[in-house]
Design a protein around this ligand. Structure first.
Ligand SMILES: Cc1cc2nc3c(=O)[nH]c(=O)nc-3n(C[C@H](O)[C@H](O)[C@H](O)COP(=O)(O)OP(=O)(O)OC[C@H]3O[C@@H](n4cnc5c(N)ncnc54)[C@H](O)[C@@H]3O)c2cc1C
Length: 402
Protein backbone atom coordinates (compact mmCIF):
# COMPACT_ATOMS: atom_id res chain seq x y z
CA UNK A 1 0.00 0.00 0.00
CA UNK A 2 1.24 3.53 -0.66
CA UNK A 3 -0.03 7.13 -0.75
CA UNK A 4 -0.61 8.91 -4.04
CA UNK A 5 -1.08 12.60 -4.81
CA UNK A 6 -3.31 13.35 -7.78
CA UNK A 7 -1.52 16.31 -9.36
CA UNK A 8 -4.48 17.12 -11.60
CA UNK A 9 -6.68 17.72 -8.56
CA UNK A 10 -4.06 19.50 -6.41
CA UNK A 11 -4.58 23.29 -6.25
CA UNK A 12 -1.39 23.95 -4.26
CA UNK A 13 -3.37 25.27 -1.27
CA UNK A 14 -0.78 23.75 1.15
CA UNK A 15 -3.54 22.52 3.54
CA UNK A 16 -2.00 19.06 3.60
CA UNK A 17 1.51 20.14 4.71
CA UNK A 18 0.76 20.31 8.42
CA UNK A 19 -1.02 16.94 8.42
CA UNK A 20 2.20 15.02 7.82
CA UNK A 21 4.32 14.22 10.90
CA UNK A 22 7.27 13.12 8.69
CA UNK A 23 7.69 16.18 6.40
CA UNK A 24 6.85 13.88 3.51
CA UNK A 25 4.76 16.45 1.62
CA UNK A 26 6.47 19.29 -0.20
CA UNK A 27 5.35 21.96 -2.64
CA UNK A 28 7.15 22.08 -5.99
CA UNK A 29 6.10 24.56 -8.68
CA UNK A 30 2.74 25.14 -7.01
CA UNK A 31 1.83 21.45 -6.56
CA UNK A 32 2.07 19.10 -3.58
CA UNK A 33 4.27 16.02 -3.88
CA UNK A 34 4.83 13.02 -1.60
CA UNK A 35 8.56 12.48 -1.07
CA UNK A 36 10.67 9.56 0.13
CA UNK A 37 10.04 10.39 3.83
CA UNK A 38 6.51 8.97 3.56
CA UNK A 39 5.89 6.27 6.16
CA UNK A 40 2.41 5.46 4.79
CA UNK A 41 0.84 6.51 8.12
CA UNK A 42 -2.23 7.79 6.20
CA UNK A 43 -2.52 10.92 8.38
CA UNK A 44 -2.80 13.09 5.24
CA UNK A 45 -5.63 11.17 3.58
CA UNK A 46 -8.44 13.46 4.76
CA UNK A 47 -6.34 16.67 4.75
CA UNK A 48 -6.95 17.65 1.13
CA UNK A 49 -10.13 19.65 0.52
CA UNK A 50 -10.03 18.57 -3.15
CA UNK A 51 -9.65 14.85 -2.35
CA UNK A 52 -6.32 14.72 -4.21
CA UNK A 53 -4.66 12.31 -1.75
CA UNK A 54 -5.55 8.65 -1.83
CA UNK A 55 -4.18 5.29 -0.78
CA UNK A 56 -3.24 2.76 -3.40
CA UNK A 57 -3.14 -0.97 -2.90
CA UNK A 58 0.13 -2.39 -4.18
CA UNK A 59 -0.31 -4.79 -7.03
CA UNK A 60 -0.08 -8.25 -5.50
CA UNK A 61 2.42 -10.42 -7.31
CA UNK A 62 0.64 -12.82 -9.61
CA UNK A 63 0.73 -16.31 -8.14
CA UNK A 64 2.09 -18.78 -10.57
CA UNK A 65 2.74 -22.43 -10.45
CA UNK A 66 6.47 -22.99 -10.84
CA UNK A 67 5.80 -26.64 -11.74
CA UNK A 68 4.34 -25.48 -15.06
CA UNK A 69 7.73 -24.15 -16.20
CA UNK A 70 9.66 -26.75 -18.16
CA UNK A 71 12.77 -26.79 -20.34
CA UNK A 72 16.21 -25.20 -20.47
CA UNK A 73 16.77 -22.30 -22.84
CA UNK A 74 19.95 -20.76 -24.17
CA UNK A 75 19.98 -17.32 -25.74
CA UNK A 76 22.29 -17.75 -28.75
CA UNK A 77 23.71 -14.34 -29.58
CA UNK A 78 25.10 -13.62 -33.03
CA UNK A 79 27.51 -11.05 -34.35
CA UNK A 80 27.48 -10.20 -38.03
CA UNK A 81 25.21 -13.20 -38.61
CA UNK A 82 27.52 -15.75 -36.95
CA UNK A 83 26.54 -17.41 -33.70
CA UNK A 84 29.02 -16.41 -30.99
CA UNK A 85 31.17 -19.12 -29.45
CA UNK A 86 29.65 -18.50 -26.00
CA UNK A 87 26.31 -19.86 -27.29
CA UNK A 88 27.89 -23.25 -28.03
CA UNK A 89 29.48 -23.27 -24.60
CA UNK A 90 26.09 -22.53 -23.01
CA UNK A 91 24.54 -25.35 -25.04
CA UNK A 92 27.17 -27.67 -23.52
CA UNK A 93 26.15 -26.57 -20.00
CA UNK A 94 22.45 -26.45 -20.91
CA UNK A 95 22.55 -30.00 -22.27
CA UNK A 96 23.90 -31.31 -18.99
CA UNK A 97 21.26 -29.41 -16.98
CA UNK A 98 18.44 -30.54 -19.30
CA UNK A 99 19.57 -34.18 -18.97
CA UNK A 100 19.52 -33.89 -15.19
CA UNK A 101 16.01 -32.45 -15.31
CA UNK A 102 14.96 -34.89 -18.08
CA UNK A 103 13.68 -32.00 -20.14
CA UNK A 104 14.32 -30.35 -23.51
CA UNK A 105 17.09 -27.94 -24.47
CA UNK A 106 16.07 -25.04 -26.71
CA UNK A 107 18.00 -22.16 -28.22
CA UNK A 108 16.73 -18.72 -29.20
CA UNK A 109 18.42 -17.07 -32.17
CA UNK A 110 17.58 -13.64 -33.59
CA UNK A 111 19.00 -12.11 -36.77
CA UNK A 112 20.97 -15.03 -38.24
CA UNK A 113 20.34 -17.50 -41.03
CA UNK A 114 18.69 -20.91 -40.81
CA UNK A 115 22.05 -22.63 -41.32
CA UNK A 116 23.22 -21.05 -38.05
CA UNK A 117 20.06 -22.41 -36.37
CA UNK A 118 20.97 -25.87 -37.74
CA UNK A 119 24.41 -25.49 -36.22
CA UNK A 120 22.82 -24.93 -32.79
CA UNK A 121 20.97 -28.23 -33.18
CA UNK A 122 24.22 -30.02 -34.05
CA UNK A 123 25.71 -28.59 -30.86
CA UNK A 124 22.88 -29.99 -28.72
CA UNK A 125 19.67 -27.91 -29.05
CA UNK A 126 16.44 -29.90 -29.48
CA UNK A 127 14.54 -26.83 -30.71
CA UNK A 128 15.54 -23.42 -32.02
CA UNK A 129 13.15 -20.46 -31.90
CA UNK A 130 14.47 -18.12 -34.50
CA UNK A 131 13.69 -14.93 -36.37
CA UNK A 132 15.44 -13.57 -39.45
CA UNK A 133 13.67 -10.22 -39.21
CA UNK A 134 16.09 -7.39 -40.18
CA UNK A 135 15.28 -5.57 -36.93
CA UNK A 136 17.52 -8.16 -35.19
CA UNK A 137 20.54 -7.93 -37.50
CA UNK A 138 22.30 -5.32 -35.36
CA UNK A 139 21.87 -5.75 -31.63
CA UNK A 140 19.34 -3.39 -30.07
CA UNK A 141 18.05 -3.83 -26.49
CA UNK A 142 14.45 -2.95 -27.24
CA UNK A 143 13.38 -5.43 -29.93
CA UNK A 144 15.60 -8.16 -28.50
CA UNK A 145 14.07 -7.91 -25.03
CA UNK A 146 10.51 -7.53 -26.31
CA UNK A 147 10.53 -10.69 -28.42
CA UNK A 148 12.51 -12.69 -25.87
CA UNK A 149 10.00 -11.77 -23.13
CA UNK A 150 7.08 -12.74 -25.38
CA UNK A 151 8.64 -16.13 -26.09
CA UNK A 152 9.44 -16.82 -22.44
CA UNK A 153 5.89 -15.88 -21.38
CA UNK A 154 4.42 -18.17 -24.01
CA UNK A 155 6.64 -21.24 -23.59
CA UNK A 156 7.57 -20.92 -19.88
CA UNK A 157 11.08 -22.39 -19.67
CA UNK A 158 12.34 -23.13 -16.16
CA UNK A 159 15.95 -22.06 -16.87
CA UNK A 160 17.27 -19.35 -19.20
CA UNK A 161 21.02 -19.00 -19.83
CA UNK A 162 22.77 -16.21 -21.71
CA UNK A 163 26.34 -15.01 -22.25
CA UNK A 164 27.79 -12.44 -19.86
CA UNK A 165 28.90 -10.49 -22.93
CA UNK A 166 28.21 -6.85 -23.81
CA UNK A 167 24.98 -8.07 -25.51
CA UNK A 168 23.85 -10.33 -22.66
CA UNK A 169 24.77 -7.79 -20.00
CA UNK A 170 22.82 -5.15 -21.87
CA UNK A 171 19.41 -6.74 -22.30
CA UNK A 172 19.12 -9.85 -20.09
CA UNK A 173 18.68 -7.80 -16.85
CA UNK A 174 15.81 -5.95 -18.57
CA UNK A 175 14.20 -9.28 -19.51
CA UNK A 176 14.52 -10.60 -15.94
CA UNK A 177 13.11 -7.38 -14.46
CA UNK A 178 10.12 -7.38 -16.81
CA UNK A 179 9.40 -11.02 -16.00
CA UNK A 180 9.74 -10.28 -12.28
CA UNK A 181 12.26 -13.06 -11.78
CA UNK A 182 15.85 -13.33 -10.50
CA UNK A 183 19.06 -13.20 -12.48
CA UNK A 184 22.56 -14.23 -11.39
CA UNK A 185 25.31 -12.62 -13.43
CA UNK A 186 28.74 -14.09 -14.24
CA UNK A 187 28.16 -17.63 -12.95
CA UNK A 188 31.24 -19.81 -12.97
CA UNK A 189 29.38 -23.08 -12.39
CA UNK A 190 25.76 -24.29 -12.71
CA UNK A 191 24.31 -27.35 -10.99
CA UNK A 192 20.84 -28.77 -10.35
CA UNK A 193 19.22 -29.65 -7.04
CA UNK A 194 17.25 -32.63 -8.34
CA UNK A 195 14.75 -32.66 -5.48
CA UNK A 196 13.55 -29.08 -5.97
CA UNK A 197 14.65 -28.60 -9.62
CA UNK A 198 16.35 -25.42 -8.41
CA UNK A 199 19.33 -24.17 -10.40
CA UNK A 200 22.40 -23.73 -8.18
CA UNK A 201 24.02 -20.62 -9.60
CA UNK A 202 27.59 -20.47 -8.36
CA UNK A 203 29.74 -17.36 -8.66
CA UNK A 204 32.44 -15.46 -6.77
CA UNK A 205 31.13 -12.91 -4.29
CA UNK A 206 32.54 -10.35 -1.85
CA UNK A 207 35.48 -9.45 -4.07
CA UNK A 208 36.09 -13.08 -4.96
CA UNK A 209 36.72 -14.09 -1.35
CA UNK A 210 33.88 -16.63 -1.29
CA UNK A 211 32.04 -18.73 -3.84
CA UNK A 212 28.32 -18.08 -3.38
CA UNK A 213 25.56 -20.47 -4.43
CA UNK A 214 22.54 -18.40 -5.42
CA UNK A 215 19.01 -19.82 -5.74
CA UNK A 216 15.80 -18.45 -7.22
CA UNK A 217 13.37 -20.84 -5.51
CA UNK A 218 10.04 -19.01 -5.88
CA UNK A 219 10.16 -17.55 -9.38
CA UNK A 220 10.60 -18.89 -12.86
CA UNK A 221 12.46 -18.85 -15.13
CA UNK A 222 15.71 -19.06 -13.21
CA UNK A 223 18.05 -16.82 -15.19
CA UNK A 224 21.84 -16.84 -15.26
CA UNK A 225 24.60 -15.35 -17.37
CA UNK A 226 27.99 -16.99 -17.89
CA UNK A 227 31.11 -15.39 -19.33
CA UNK A 228 32.65 -16.72 -22.54
CA UNK A 229 35.16 -19.54 -22.10
CA UNK A 230 33.89 -20.52 -18.63
CA UNK A 231 31.86 -23.56 -19.79
CA UNK A 232 33.05 -26.22 -22.18
CA UNK A 233 31.31 -26.96 -25.48
CA UNK A 234 29.36 -30.21 -25.64
CA UNK A 235 29.58 -32.87 -28.35
CA UNK A 236 29.14 -31.81 -31.98
CA UNK A 237 27.02 -34.22 -34.00
CA UNK A 238 26.63 -33.45 -37.68
CA UNK A 239 23.70 -35.84 -38.02
CA UNK A 240 21.71 -34.50 -35.08
CA UNK A 241 18.19 -33.32 -35.94
CA UNK A 242 15.84 -30.95 -34.20
CA UNK A 243 13.00 -28.53 -34.73
CA UNK A 244 13.45 -25.01 -36.07
CA UNK A 245 10.53 -22.81 -35.13
CA UNK A 246 10.29 -19.43 -36.91
CA UNK A 247 8.95 -16.68 -34.66
CA UNK A 248 7.34 -13.42 -35.64
CA UNK A 249 8.30 -10.09 -34.13
CA UNK A 250 4.74 -8.72 -34.54
CA UNK A 251 3.76 -5.84 -32.30
CA UNK A 252 7.37 -4.99 -31.44
CA UNK A 253 8.12 -1.30 -31.33
CA UNK A 254 11.49 0.36 -31.14
CA UNK A 255 12.39 3.95 -30.42
CA UNK A 256 16.07 3.58 -31.24
CA UNK A 257 18.07 2.51 -34.27
CA UNK A 258 21.63 1.15 -34.24
CA UNK A 259 23.47 3.03 -36.96
CA UNK A 260 26.93 1.46 -36.68
CA UNK A 261 28.86 -0.95 -34.48
CA UNK A 262 32.57 -0.20 -34.03
CA UNK A 263 35.00 -2.87 -32.79
CA UNK A 264 37.28 -1.96 -29.90
CA UNK A 265 40.86 -1.84 -31.22
CA UNK A 266 42.32 -3.75 -28.25
CA UNK A 267 40.03 -6.69 -29.03
CA UNK A 268 41.50 -6.93 -32.49
CA UNK A 269 45.09 -7.02 -31.29
CA UNK A 270 44.74 -9.03 -28.09
CA UNK A 271 42.65 -11.98 -29.04
CA UNK A 272 43.17 -13.64 -25.67
CA UNK A 273 39.84 -15.43 -25.57
CA UNK A 274 40.41 -17.14 -28.91
CA UNK A 275 44.02 -18.21 -28.22
CA UNK A 276 44.85 -21.91 -27.76
CA UNK A 277 47.99 -21.11 -25.80
CA UNK A 278 48.37 -18.24 -23.33
CA UNK A 279 51.59 -17.21 -21.59
CA UNK A 280 50.64 -15.05 -18.63
CA UNK A 281 52.95 -13.08 -16.40
CA UNK A 282 52.45 -11.61 -12.96
CA UNK A 283 54.23 -9.45 -10.43
CA UNK A 284 56.90 -12.15 -10.25
CA UNK A 285 58.26 -10.82 -13.56
CA UNK A 286 59.65 -7.94 -11.52
CA UNK A 287 59.68 -5.46 -14.41
CA UNK A 288 57.93 -4.69 -17.72
CA UNK A 289 60.81 -6.20 -19.76
CA UNK A 290 59.75 -9.59 -18.40
CA UNK A 291 56.86 -9.51 -20.84
CA UNK A 292 59.37 -9.40 -23.73
CA UNK A 293 60.57 -12.85 -22.63
CA UNK A 294 56.95 -14.09 -22.48
CA UNK A 295 56.30 -12.64 -25.96
CA UNK A 296 59.27 -14.63 -27.25
CA UNK A 297 57.81 -17.87 -25.94
CA UNK A 298 54.31 -16.90 -27.15
CA UNK A 299 55.72 -16.15 -30.60
CA UNK A 300 57.32 -19.59 -30.83
CA UNK A 301 54.15 -21.36 -29.67
CA UNK A 302 51.71 -19.20 -31.63
CA UNK A 303 50.12 -18.07 -28.38
CA UNK A 304 48.95 -14.82 -26.79
CA UNK A 305 50.32 -12.97 -23.76
CA UNK A 306 48.14 -12.58 -20.68
CA UNK A 307 48.75 -11.06 -17.29
CA UNK A 308 47.59 -10.86 -13.71
CA UNK A 309 46.02 -7.67 -12.41
CA UNK A 310 49.11 -6.94 -10.35
CA UNK A 311 51.19 -6.61 -13.54
CA UNK A 312 48.51 -4.35 -15.08
CA UNK A 313 48.39 -2.24 -11.91
CA UNK A 314 52.19 -1.88 -12.05
CA UNK A 315 51.75 -0.41 -15.54
CA UNK A 316 53.83 -3.17 -17.18
CA UNK A 317 51.12 -4.21 -19.64
CA UNK A 318 47.72 -2.91 -20.73
CA UNK A 319 44.41 -3.92 -19.17
CA UNK A 320 43.30 -5.72 -22.32
CA UNK A 321 45.72 -8.54 -21.37
CA UNK A 322 44.32 -9.01 -17.85
CA UNK A 323 42.94 -12.42 -16.99
CA UNK A 324 40.61 -12.88 -14.03
CA UNK A 325 37.51 -11.70 -12.31
CA UNK A 326 37.83 -8.13 -13.48
CA UNK A 327 39.63 -9.05 -16.68
CA UNK A 328 39.01 -11.71 -19.31
CA UNK A 329 37.93 -15.29 -18.75
CA UNK A 330 40.00 -17.67 -20.85
CA UNK A 331 39.99 -21.39 -21.51
CA UNK A 332 42.99 -22.21 -23.71
CA UNK A 333 44.47 -25.64 -24.32
CA UNK A 334 47.61 -24.58 -22.41
CA UNK A 335 47.87 -21.75 -19.87
CA UNK A 336 51.31 -20.76 -18.57
CA UNK A 337 51.20 -18.87 -15.27
CA UNK A 338 54.64 -17.28 -14.80
CA UNK A 339 55.29 -15.49 -11.52
CA UNK A 340 51.59 -15.49 -10.65
CA UNK A 341 50.66 -16.47 -7.10
CA UNK A 342 47.18 -17.84 -7.88
CA UNK A 343 44.80 -15.48 -6.08
CA UNK A 344 41.17 -16.59 -6.38
CA UNK A 345 40.37 -13.54 -8.55
CA UNK A 346 42.96 -14.72 -11.07
CA UNK A 347 41.92 -18.37 -10.87
CA UNK A 348 38.26 -17.71 -11.77
CA UNK A 349 39.47 -16.38 -15.10
CA UNK A 350 41.69 -19.32 -16.15
CA UNK A 351 41.07 -22.45 -14.11
CA UNK A 352 39.03 -24.18 -16.83
CA UNK A 353 42.11 -24.26 -19.11
CA UNK A 354 42.89 -27.80 -20.32
CA UNK A 355 46.50 -27.76 -19.11
CA UNK A 356 47.94 -25.28 -16.61
CA UNK A 357 51.71 -24.94 -16.32
CA UNK A 358 52.76 -22.87 -13.30
CA UNK A 359 56.24 -21.48 -12.80
CA UNK A 360 56.79 -19.98 -9.38
CA UNK A 361 59.70 -19.58 -6.95
CA UNK A 362 57.46 -20.30 -3.98
CA UNK A 363 56.52 -24.00 -3.62
CA UNK A 364 53.58 -22.97 -1.41
CA UNK A 365 52.04 -20.63 -4.04
CA UNK A 366 48.30 -21.44 -4.42
CA UNK A 367 48.67 -21.57 -8.22
CA UNK A 368 50.16 -25.06 -7.74
CA UNK A 369 46.77 -26.26 -6.38
CA UNK A 370 45.22 -25.85 -9.85
CA UNK A 371 48.33 -26.56 -11.95
CA UNK A 372 48.57 -29.66 -14.13
CA UNK A 373 52.36 -29.23 -14.11
CA UNK A 374 54.14 -27.16 -11.47
CA UNK A 375 57.71 -25.96 -11.81
CA UNK A 376 59.30 -24.51 -8.68
CA UNK A 377 62.01 -22.09 -9.70
CA UNK A 378 62.99 -18.75 -11.17
CA UNK A 379 61.02 -17.97 -14.33
CA UNK A 380 64.06 -16.17 -15.76
CA UNK A 381 65.93 -19.50 -15.68
CA UNK A 382 63.05 -21.76 -16.71
CA UNK A 383 61.48 -19.86 -19.63
CA UNK A 384 64.81 -19.54 -21.55
CA UNK A 385 65.18 -23.33 -21.13
CA UNK A 386 61.70 -23.79 -22.67
CA UNK A 387 62.64 -21.51 -25.56
CA UNK A 388 65.93 -23.32 -26.11
CA UNK A 389 64.28 -26.76 -26.09
CA UNK A 390 61.50 -25.71 -28.51
CA UNK A 391 64.10 -24.31 -30.89
CA UNK A 392 66.15 -27.50 -30.62
CA UNK A 393 63.11 -29.67 -31.34
CA UNK A 394 62.25 -27.56 -34.35
CA UNK A 395 65.83 -27.57 -35.56
CA UNK A 396 66.03 -23.80 -35.24
CA UNK A 397 69.36 -22.07 -34.75
CA UNK A 398 69.89 -19.25 -32.23
CA UNK A 399 68.85 -16.78 -34.89
CA UNK A 400 65.38 -18.32 -34.73
CA UNK A 401 65.39 -19.45 -38.33
CA UNK A 402 65.80 -22.85 -39.92
C1 LIG B 1 37.76 -7.12 -6.58
C2 LIG B 1 39.07 -7.69 -7.05
C3 LIG B 1 39.19 -8.07 -8.35
C4 LIG B 1 40.40 -8.60 -8.82
N1 LIG B 1 40.48 -9.00 -10.11
C5 LIG B 1 41.63 -9.59 -10.53
C6 LIG B 1 41.75 -10.10 -11.85
O1 LIG B 1 40.84 -9.96 -12.70
N2 LIG B 1 42.90 -10.70 -12.20
C7 LIG B 1 43.96 -10.86 -11.34
O2 LIG B 1 44.98 -11.43 -11.72
N3 LIG B 1 43.86 -10.37 -10.08
C8 LIG B 1 42.76 -9.73 -9.67
N4 LIG B 1 42.70 -9.22 -8.42
C9 LIG B 1 43.95 -9.14 -7.63
C10 LIG B 1 44.32 -10.47 -6.93
O3 LIG B 1 43.71 -10.51 -5.67
C11 LIG B 1 45.84 -10.56 -6.74
O4 LIG B 1 46.27 -9.44 -6.02
C12 LIG B 1 46.62 -10.64 -8.05
O5 LIG B 1 46.12 -11.65 -8.86
C13 LIG B 1 48.08 -10.95 -7.71
O6 LIG B 1 48.82 -10.91 -8.89
P1 LIG B 1 50.18 -11.74 -8.99
O7 LIG B 1 49.90 -13.19 -8.74
O8 LIG B 1 50.82 -11.37 -10.27
O9 LIG B 1 51.07 -11.10 -7.84
P2 LIG B 1 51.54 -11.68 -6.46
O10 LIG B 1 50.39 -12.18 -5.67
O11 LIG B 1 52.41 -10.64 -5.85
O12 LIG B 1 52.41 -12.97 -6.85
C14 LIG B 1 53.66 -12.91 -7.48
C15 LIG B 1 54.18 -14.34 -7.52
O13 LIG B 1 55.38 -14.38 -8.26
C16 LIG B 1 56.28 -15.29 -7.63
N5 LIG B 1 57.63 -14.90 -8.09
C17 LIG B 1 58.34 -13.79 -7.74
N6 LIG B 1 59.50 -13.74 -8.44
C18 LIG B 1 59.52 -14.86 -9.23
C19 LIG B 1 60.43 -15.37 -10.18
N7 LIG B 1 61.58 -14.71 -10.50
N8 LIG B 1 60.15 -16.56 -10.79
C20 LIG B 1 59.03 -17.23 -10.50
N9 LIG B 1 58.10 -16.78 -9.60
C21 LIG B 1 58.35 -15.60 -8.98
C22 LIG B 1 56.02 -15.13 -6.17
O14 LIG B 1 56.41 -16.28 -5.46
C23 LIG B 1 54.50 -14.90 -6.14
O15 LIG B 1 53.82 -16.13 -5.97
C24 LIG B 1 41.51 -8.71 -7.94
C25 LIG B 1 41.37 -8.30 -6.63
C26 LIG B 1 40.17 -7.80 -6.17
C27 LIG B 1 40.05 -7.38 -4.74
Amino acid sequence: MYVMMNIEKCTGCEECLSSCPFDAIEIREGKAFINENCQVCMACLSACPEGAISEIEKEEPVEFDIQKFKGVWVFAEQREGKVASVAYELLGAGHRLADELTTELSAVLFGASESEAQELIRWGADKVYFSTDPVFEKFNDEPYSQLFIQLIRKHQPEIVLAGATPIGRSFIPRVAARLGTGLTADCTSLEIDRETRNLLQIRPAFGGNIMATILCPNKRPQMATVRPRVMKRGQYNEKRTGEIIPVNPDGISTRTKVVETVKEISDIFVNLQEADIIISGGRGLGNPQGFKLLEKLAGLLGGAVGSSRAAVDEGWISYSHQVGQTGKTVCPKIYFACGISGAVQHLVGMQSSDIIIAINKNPEAPIFNVATYGIVGDLYEIIPLFIKKIKELRGMGESGSG
